[in-house]
Design a binder for this molecule. Structure first.
Ligand SMILES: [Zn+2]
Length: 104
């Protein structure tokens, strides 16, 4: 992910100051493990000292009855109808939000 993003955007690894990653609570990814892995990747690509900012994105589910509600699990029943037929509309994914670079 890091290498592809840098190549796609034409960013030299030496100019990177921070990676900002959005991590949904339903993504199944442990944020501490992700931070640890990103720090290893940064070292691998000679970006020691680069900040890895991982933002927790809350989950939102939308029930088939039309009600949207926050949840920390996909097994949470709809507060309006008690149903479990819903789809995840937020918080189910993980993505690189932005890369901060030096202007020099
Ligand atoms: Zn419902």
């Amino acid at each position: 992910m890091v290498n592809a993003a840098l190549r796609t955007e034409g960013i030299a690894s030496g100019s990177v100051r921070a990676f900002n990653i959005n991590c949904g609570v339903l993504s199944g990814v442990n944020r501490q493990s992700l931070r640890f892995c990103m720090q290893l990747v940064c070292r691998r690509f000679h970006m020691d000292g680069v900040d890895v900012n991982i933002h927790k994105i809350p989950a939102e589910l939308r029930c088939e009855c039309g009600r949207s509600y926050g949840a920390d699990s996909v097994f949470l029943e709809c507060p309006a109808c008690g149903g479990l037929q819903h789809r995840v509309v937020a918080g189910g994914d993980i993505y690189l939000e932005s890369i901060e670079i030096d202007d020099d």
